[in-house]
Design a protein around this ligand. Sequence first.
Ligand code: FSX
Length: 365
Amino acid sequence: MAKPKTLAEHLECHEVSRRGFLKFCTLTTSILALPPSMIPTVARALEKARRPSVIWLSFQECTGCTESLTRSHSPTLENLIFNYLSLDYHHTLQAASGEAAEQARAAAMADNYGQYLVAVDGSIPVKDGGVYSTIAGISNLEMLKQTVEGAAAVIAIGSCAAFGGLPHAHPNPTGAVPVQELVHDKPVVNVSGCPPIPVVISGVLAHYLTFGRIPDLDGYGRPLSFFGTSIHDRCYRRPFYNKGLFAETFDDEGAKNGWCLFKLGCKGPTSYNACATAKWNQGTSFPIQSGHGCIGCSEPHFWDAGGFYQPLSAGIGGVGTLAGVAVVAGAAAGTAAGLVHHAKRKQAQRQHEKVTVADLKETGS
Ligand code: FSX
C-alpha cells in the first residue's frame, strides 16, 4: 500500500493552487480563533499534516446534522475541508452502496488502523440487543463497536450522538444512548446542537488536521473554543437585557424594537454554543436575530426539559419585577454558582488559547 501523503503532496497531485491552500489556512486560522499573524505558522503545520481518514456513521437521527453540513456554500471552510480529509464512508454522501459501501468502511479501517477518525451522528439504541436500528445486517451498536476499535478519536456530531437527543427523550422506547456511554477507551468530542453549526463541525476537524489532536473540551466534552461562552454572553440583544427592556409577546412593540426575548422563554443564558457569533447560512442570522428565543438545543436533555416558551425562572434575578441593571445583572449569571462556573470556563478558554498557540509553534517549526 502506498505511504499516506502529506497534505502538501496531496494538494500538488490534485493541482490545488497555492492561493487556494493559503485561503484554507486563513479560514482555519480564523475558525481556530488564532490571530492573523499565525497564518504562516498554520500553513507550515498543515503542509506537513497527513490527511486523516474519516468514517462517518449515521444512526438514530433525522439527517439534520448532515443537512446542516451540506448547507454550506462554496468556497467555505466546509467545502474546503473535504479536500483536506479523506471522507471514506458516509451513508448519505457516498456514491457506493450495499456491499461496496461496507467494503469501503472495512478498507478505511484496515488501511488507517489506529489513525482514523470516526464521526457519529445519531444516538445508538441498546434495548433488546440493539435490534431497533440496523445497517448492513448488523445493529448500530455492533457497527459502532467494530468501527471505533481502531479509531484515534470519535466525534459525536449533534445532540443525538452527544447526549441522546430526540430518540433518547422520554419514554425512549429504543433505549437510545449517546456515544460517550458506549465508548470509554477513545477520546470523544461532543459537537452538540440539533443540528450543530456546520462551521463548528469543520472547526473540530480543522483543529485535528492542524494539531494532530482533539481540541480542549468543556465539562460536557464539547470544544471550548466554540462552547466556551453562552449564547447570552455574545447576544447582540444583551444591551436591552441589561437595560431591562423585554419583549412580552412576539408581536408587541418590544419585539418590533428588537428587545430581549428572555421573557418569551429564550434559553440563551444557560446555553453554550457559537450561534451568536458563527451564525447560520453563511453568517446570515441565528434564531434570536430572526425573532425567536434560543431553545437550548446544544444542552443535555433539552427535549425532556421542554418549556421552550417559558422564561428560565420567574425568580432568576426577579425579572418579573425589574428594578434596574443590578437586578438584571443577577439574572445574567443566574446564581453565584453560575458566575463561578462561568469564570472557570473563561479561564479554561484562555488556557486553551495559550496551548493552541504553543502547539502550533511546535508543529510549525
Ligand atoms: Fe439529532 Fe442529527 Fe437533531 Fe437531527 O444527525 S441532533 S435529530 S438535527 O439529525 O442527530
